[in-house]
Design a protein around this ligand. Structure first.
Ligand SMILES: O=C(O)CCC(=O)C(=O)O
Ligand SMILES: [Fe+2]
Length: 207
């Protein structure tokens, strides 16, 4: 059976998160599309093992990463300078789909590869100045299901938790980065390898 290429008709679910705007499309990609893209992205991405200074010690990040984008879309976080690699065919396919669903033109994507439950990402907001005010971030997941947790920066009682499944799309907008933190906790449960792609729009200052 041919793969479906229509994404816009897929059902969506708006999370109950005050002062934020988070929408989940649980099956944005069909299983067949997601299976193929997972394999293509694992094989064609130039994965890096970055390190971060923690308490004066250089520690490897608990995941592999890669940064792709338009020329000049340089992205610096935690002291790591990311020069963009040129878009691959698989990335262009995913980018085109999330752009038509979100109505936003992205110029970069951060890829994270969580090899197993020992990999994760701690609490943070994607609120670096190069993303501008109230950035739109489109997050695509392939592979093992992981929990995506949110907590409000000031109102400690406000929390949310959503499972990011194979082929899902999560779009964060408005005050999500200004008012909330998010994380992918490590887990002792057996979980398959997972890829996450966060499409972003950077303000390019030179070039
Ligand atoms: O892996 C995820 O779902 C989240 C990734 C993330 O928060 C990020 O790349 O900033
Ligand atoms: Fe993030």
């Amino acid at each position: 059976m041919p793969e479906s290429t229509t994404h816009s008709a897929r059902p969506s679910l708006t999370l109950d998160v005050p002062e934020a705007d988070v929408v989940l499309y649980p099956s944005f990609f069909s299983t067949a599309q997601a299976d193929r893209l997972l394999q293509q992205l694992v094989e064609t991405t130039r994965w890096r093992q970055d390190s971060m200074k923690m308490f004066g010690e250089l520690k490897p990040l608990p995941r592999l990463t890669a940064w792709y984008g338009d020329a000049g879309a340089r992205y610096v976080y935690s002291g790591i300078v990311n020069e963009p690699l040129p878009w691959t065919t698989a990335l262009v396919e995913v980018k085109d789909a999330v752009e038509s669903a979100s109505g936003v033109a992205f110029n970069g994507v951060l890829l994270n590869r969580y090899r197993d439950g020992r990999d994760g990402m701690g609490w943070h907001a994607d609120d670096e100045p190069e993303f501008g005010e109230d950035p739109v971030i489109a997050s695509v997941s392939f592979g093992g299901t992981r929990n995506f947790q949110l907590k409000h920066k000031r109102r400690k009682e406000l929390k949310a938790n959503v499972e990011l499944t194979h082929g899902s799309l999560l779009v964060m907008r408005g005050g999500t980065q200004a008012n909330w933190l998010h994380q992918i906790p490590k887990t002792a449960k057996p979980v398959g390898e997972r890829l996450n792609l966060t499409f972003r729009r950077l303000v390019v200052l030179d070039e």
